[in-house]
Design a protein around this ligand. Structure first.
Ligand SMILES: NC(=O)c1ccc[n+]([C@@H]2O[C@H](COP(=O)([O-])OP(=O)(O)OC[C@H]3O[C@@H](n4cnc5c(N)ncnc54)[C@H](OP(=O)(O)O)[C@@H]3O)[C@@H](O)[C@H]2O)c1
Length: 387
């Protein structure tokens, strides 16, 4: 069935597929949720749905004082990319509980300060620290600065990302990696590998490391099936350094495609979470999680997209696919993964149904490939100078 959406230009038609999903035809787009609603092919909860809670409650922990008495302290959470969108909304949701101090790890100090003020996060509940994930040197400096602050680390949220769907040529990080994968995956990989030592030392009762994933990297979803599809191949481009000179700028060794590079980076995020779980969960008790928070069509993630896309995307998601979630709701979801005592299971990719109930979602075959996760880990640790 094809219907002409009144909101869309006549060149673009909306088709309803047999399975109930909506597809836009006659427009080339590379961000799947514009084309396809976020209904998933396999959305089978592995356990009973857990009701989402609007208020997030951090476990209260006790810390020894010199006189032996115990005092309550706030949890400390680092959120990368907390200057806008999902990261900012999560910072706000956690700060509002009064139980968390947020370290806003951001590349633009002033923007982060203004953002915190604009949503009403009070000064005692946050600290802005500089972090540019497109520079491994900056990642190391950030870790150093954080350690010098003397704060324990109780939760790390790898949230920041860039999406360059209209780029015709690759651009590169300070160390010469293609920018999307270099920022979204390699920067976060180094950050997490370094900060796992800090998480291990924390006396907090529920320590967590979270890497934000996406439906667009999962080819077991309708959204993940819109070309260009995520595909890491045999990682030959990544192994070659992702530099576009003596190796491809794409992980699979193919031709540069900015939309695919983003989706590939999200597969890396979800594989990395699972490899962390496998290597560290039993030994440390840290909970490792990933999530798809829903389609937050209004965030700055789409800033590089064509203007028509940016105009149509939010109403399309709100009124046609119904896959839209507000930044506030998405922030509450991620805040649950940080602090809700019902989401302590490690190695899980969380999603939410239309009633905002969380459930353990299934990852695509590639995003749950244990052998690929191991190889990705080994290649990545060489690239970031850890092996
Ligand atoms: N929007 C969605 O529909 C959606 C759906 C699924 C998953 N996600 C995921 O949600 C996460 C947040 O995205 P968003 O939608 O909230 O987008 P956003 O508003 O653009 O937020 C991205 C954040 O990342 C930061 N960032 C970008 N490059 C950086 C760098 N080199 N170093 C440090 N920080 C950097 C940005 O900083 P500046 O403020 O300085 O630009 C910004 O704070 C991403 O992981 C994304 O993949 C989003």
């Amino acid at each position: 069935m094809a219907l002409q959406a009144s909101l869309l230009p006549s060149a673009i038609t909306v088709h309803k597929e047999g399975n109930g999903a909506f597809v836009l035809k006659n427009v080339k787009s590379d961000f799947s949720p514009l084309l396809i609603g976020t209904k998933e092919l396999k959305r089978k909860p592995l356990m009973g749905p857990i009701r989402a809670q609007t208020a997030t409650v951090a476990p209260s922990v006790k810390e020894a004082t010199p006189d032996g008495k115990k005092t309550l302290r706030k949890g400390n959470v680092i959120i990368t990319g907390a200057s806008s969108g999902l990261g900012l909304a999560t910072a706000k949701a956690l700060a509002d509980t009064g139980k968390w101090h947020i370290i806003m790890a951001c590349r633009n100090f002033l923007k982060a300060e203004k953002a915190a003020k604009s949503v009403g996060i009070t000064k005692e509940n946050y600290t802005v620290m500089h972090l540019d994930l497109s520079s491994l040197e900056s990642v190391r400096q950030f870790v150093d600065t954080f350690r010098r602050s003397g704060r324990p680390l109780d939760a790390l949220v790898n949230n920041a990302a860039i999406y360059l769907p209209t780029a015709k040529e690759p651009t590169y990080t300070a160390e010469g990696f293609e920018l999307s994968v270099g920022t979204n995956h390699l920067g976060h990989f180094l950050l997490s590998r370094l900060l796992i030592e800090d998480l291990k030392k924390s006396d907090y009762s529920q320590k967590r490391l979270i890497i934000v994933g996406s439906i667009t990297g999962n080819t077991n979803t309708l959204a993940g099936n819109v070309p260009p599809k995520a595909n890491l191949g045999d990682l030959r481009g990544l192994a070659g350094g992702l530099n576009g000179l003596n190796s491809s700028a794409m992980i699979d060794g193919g031709e540069f495609d900015g939309a695919k590079a983003y989706k590939d980076s999200k597969v890396c995020n979800m594989l990395t979470m699972q490899e962390f779980h496998k290597r560290y969960h039993d030994e440390t008790g840290i909970t490792f999680s990933s999530l798809y928070p829903g389609c937050i069509a209004t965030t700055g993630l789409f800033r590089e997209h064509v203007p028509l896309f940016r105009i149509l995307f939010p109403p399309f998601q709100k009124y046609i696919t119904k896959g839209y979630v507000s930044e506030e709701e998405a922030g509450k979801r991620l805040a649950q993964v940080v602090s809700d005592s019902s989401l302590t299971k490690s190695g899980v990719y969380w999603s939410w149904n239309n009633n905002s109930a969380s459930f353990e979602n299934q990852l695509s075959q590639e995003a749950s490939d244990a052998e690929k996760a191991r190889k990705l880990w080994e290649v990545s640790e060489k690239l970031v100078g850890l092996a």
